[in-house]
Design a protein around this ligand. Structure first.
Ligand code: DGY
Length: 457
């Protein structure tokens, strides 16, 4: 569409701080982890050097245990502008044992590991500038440590997949997939915190106060346990297909990065293959034609749906907790389609995912303009409320890539056209009504501009 490139550039320019790009100056005034990865994928077309710096700023905030925090705080932003801010997370003190940086305030949870993929794509935009600045050589050990953290500290179900300990970690905060696992969490009392997000967004587009009470409780408990994974025993413990699919795609990218640097790519390829087998084994549901989330505290006593794995003691020395491998969350969330992004996914599963994306639940190329975040037919579907139905541009960008990877160029072309048109008509909205494309959330949202730019050039 006319004007897309120049207006996307304007958004990315406005939201650039000099060392990173904020998702949105009002609603999200700091650096967010997976946002920065998607932003760099687009901004590499404007300035490869700026895209490198975006990722380097994030990687510089990595913790000693390898985790990449979901927010890196900008000390120049007033504390009241965002909640929960540095005073809440207290990374330097509460995260001391886990090796939180002393020079930078960050959160203590993580977001989906799309960074190695972003680093590879940024490198490819200008390999000479990348080599001149030693971009990959500096990023590689940090990315490898990040993946090691996820593999070692976060395999809390014992079956080889990464678990998330907070609904902000998979990035799809209030997805109906979390309704059952979150129902067990006692919310923090309403008067104990003040939401800043409602200063910038319509309440009907955002999570509810009850959701926030639970988000706060989970984050505070994790913090008070020193951000330790094996001993924290989070009340929320889920294996998410989106997080794991992005890790696999990034592990493949890490293999390519290793090869470019003359390092050994084989361990990354083996790890990607092992993760793919675990993803299929634990989360694929042939009857649904979709990958389902696994609630590690769900499933009920004695229920062992996939043979389970070694039982972990999540309370570190307390009475052993018998997880029995948990149980599947029977909801159609868009994260369940994201394994389409995985190279080496068995062909019959990729074909089934395409059928599901194009079926009644997600409406791709039929009833929906863009793929919704949640089941169009689901009881909890809401076309306006954040991750409970609206279509998001990163999800649609990832699916466009997955369709191309698995031999569906026509469907990919049609989705690309829809993404580009909707990005422009919605004013680069944070998310849109999946049927009408009407803008929801904030506008001039950085990853919307970045990913539209990436598909346009
Ligand atoms: C927010 O602030 O709404 C984010 O999604 C949490 O990272």
């Amino acid at each position: 569409p006319t004007g897309l490139t120049s207006s996307a550039r304007r958004v990315l320019q406005q939201n650039w701080t000099g060392s990173c790009t904020v998702p949105s100056p009002g609603l999200y005034p700091h650096q967010w982890s997976w946002d920065s990865a998607f932003i760099a994928i687009g901004s590499r077309h404007i300035s490869p050097r700026r895209a490198q710096r975006e990722l380097e700023t994030l990687l510089a905030a990595q913790w000693g245990d390898g985790r990449i925090p979901h927010i890196v705080f900008n000390p120049a932003v007033p504390p009241a502008a965002y909640f929960p801010g540095p005073d809440f997370w207290r990374s330097a003190t509460a995260g001391a044992v886990a090796g939180a940086p002393r020079h930078t305030e960050t959160s203590g949870i993580v977001q989906p590991p799309v960074h190695a993929l972003a680093c590879l794509l940024v490198h490819r935009a200008d390999p000479r500038s990348s080599a001149r600045h030693g971009f990959l050589a500096r990023a590689y050990p940090r990315l490898a440590a990040w993946h090691r953290y996820l593999g070692r500290a976060r395999d809390l179900g014992g079956g080889g997949l990464v678990s998330v300990v907070h609904p902000w970690e998979p990035g799809m905060d209030n997805s109906p997939c979390w309704d059952a696992p979150l129902a067990r969490v006692a919310p923090a009392p309403p008067g104990t915190f003040r939401r800043a997000d409602l200063d910038h967004g319509a309440a009907s587009d955002r999570p509810t106060d009850l959701d926030y009470g639970r988000y706060v409780r989970l984050a505070a408990d994790y913090r008070d346990g020193g951000y330790a994974d094996h001993t924290a025993g989070s009340a929320f413990l889920v294996e998410d297909p989106g997080v794991n699919a992005l890790l696999i795609a990034s592990e493949h990218a890490l293999a390519e990065i290793a090869a470019l640097l003359g390092a050994d790519a084989a361990p990354h390829r083996t790890r990607a293959a092992d993760l793919t087998a675990a993803l299929v084994d634990r989360l694929w549901d042939p009857a649904a034609g979709l990958f389902l989330c696994r609630d590690l505290h769900g499933g009920g006593p004695g229920r062992d749906l996939h043979g389970g794995g070694p039982v972990r003691d999540l309370h570190g020395g307390g009475p052993a907790r018998d997880l029995h491998g948990g149980g599947p969350v029977r909801e159609f969330g868009a994260a369940g389609l994201l394994p389409l992004l995985v190279p080496g996914l068995p062909g019959d599963i990729a074909a089934a995912l395409v059928r599901t994306a194009c079926g009644d639940h997600f409406g791709l190329g039929r009833t929906a303009r863009l793929v919704p975040s949640y089941d169009l037919l689901g009881p909890a579907f809401d076309p306006a409320r954040y991750w409970r139905g609206p279509a998001w541009f990163n999800v649609n960008w990832l699916l466009e890539r997955g369709l191309r990877l698995h031999g569906e160029p026509e469907r990919a072309d049609a989705l690309r056209t829809a993404v580009l048109e909707t990005a422009v008509t919605s004013g680069f909205a944070e998310y849109v009504d999946p049927y009408t494309g009407e803008a929801r959330g904030t506008r001039d949202f950085s990853w919307t501009a970045a990913l539209a730019l990436d598909l346009a050039v």
